[in-house]
Design a protein around this ligand. Structure first.
Ligand SMILES: [Mn+2]
Length: 358
């Protein structure tokens, strides 16, 4: 090839002028310009002032639409693979490598909702006792509910979802529908002498009136959890096995979700073991033959039109994830959940609030 002519080089040089974001999607240039004015570091990740997905850290719930929050507890796991207490830290780390704008749906949660990173919740005393963690979580989620704050929680093991559901249902006064993605039903009874654990929490949540089993759909079940799913069937939950998703497709799954949930306020809980063990070693109980990242993504995106009032991503266990890719995938799914929550929150309040960093 001969040298590229000067006019073409000049044209390319012109295209390359300007700052990093001047060549961004024009719809989001005002957003990126605003957050630069507000001092948000958007390139380097080496800033411990950055919250999850670069949200501002705050404990003040006034005027807040969405709280990103960590539940760093793994005391409800009786098996020999503890470690989910490090899940929030790993998602915060990998969340800085996600964009602040959804590349496909064009949703920017920070432009339609006032978002904070609430930090992690820990009990004020005796952290050796599971019930102290659950009480600490319950109190915060009661406050979230009272202040109309929508949470995206990162676990922690699945027991932590019980006090979340207790708080968001106003201790059962306003029960929720539930979309539950998991390899296991988590509707067992009294696991090894403990009533509330990561094997029983959804039975407890139903018996205690926090969720309506007839408006509950469990998706992705397989392997060792299936024979413990009796309560799910008998109480009227809709149960879709991993094979149902793989054979009938995610569009069919989303139809079932809409049929079960309707327009009820719904909570979206994802256990990382819903993913196949080959892409999710970093979880408490890895299960073969699970869902792909794209399948879970499409199911979450399929919830965009629903009245989602809270969501969580549980059981991420970074110690078993030497490459970090389990946490990378988890942070990507958490961003999908974040966008769905933000859209639903803005729709419910009928107005769009912005996130501010100062
Ligand atoms: Mn689970």
């Amino acid at each position: 090839m001969t040298a590229i002519n000067k006019e073409k080089l000049a044209r390319l040089a012109k295209l390359a002028e300007g700052s990093l974001y001047e060549n961004a999607d024009p719809a989001f240039i005002p957003f990126f310009e605003r957050i630069q004015r507000e001092g948000v570091e958007t390139v380097s990740n080496a800033f411990n002032t950055l919250g999850m997905f670069r949200a501002p850290h705050s404990k003040d719930l006034a005027g807040v639409d969405i709280a990103l929050v960590g539940l760093p507890c793994d005391l409800g796991v009786p098996n020999p693979r503890p470690g989910t207490r490090k899940g929030p830290e790993a998602v915060r780390y990998w969340s800085l490598d996600r964009n602040m704008v959804h590349y496909a749906t064009k949703i920017c949660p920070f432009e339609i909702c006032n978002v904070i990173d609430f930090g992690d919740i820990e009990p004020a005393k005796d952290p050796y006792t599971l019930s102290n963690w659950l009480s600490a979580f319950e109190q915060v989620f009661i406050d979230f509910k009272a202040n109309d704050v929508v949470p995206l929680s990162i676990g922690g093991e699945h027991t932590c979802s019980y006090p979340v559901l207790k708080g968001l249902s106003a201790r059962g006064q306003q029960p929720l529908a539930l979309i539950h993605l998991d390899a296991h039903a988590d509707t067992g009874t009294d696991f090894q002498g403990t009533r509330i654990s990561d094997a029983t929490l959804f039975q407890c949540a139903a018996v205690d009136g926090f969720i309506d089993p007839e408006k509950t759909i469990q998706i992705g079940l397989r392997g060792r959890g299936v024979h413990r799913a009796d309560f799910s069937h008998k109480s009227g939950m809709t149960v879709l096995y991993a094979e149902d998703v793989q054979e009938k497709g995610t569009a069919w799954v989303v139809e079932q979700i809409k049929w079960v949930v309707g327009n009820s306020p719904v909570y979206l809980s994802i256990d990382t073991d819903v993913f196949d063990c080959s892409i999710m070693p970093g979880t408490t109980l890895p299960e073969p033959f699970g869902l792909t990242g794209v399948e879970v993504r499409d199911i979450v995106r399929g919830c965009r039109s629903l009245d989602v009032v809270g969501a969580d991503l549980m059981e991420l266990s970074p110690a078993y994830d030497p490459t970090g890719m389990s946490s990378c995938l988890a942070s990507g799914i958490a961003f999908e959940q974040f966008c769905v929550l933000a859209e639903a929150r803005a729709r419910r309040s009928g107005k769009e609030n912005k996130t501010h960093w100062n």
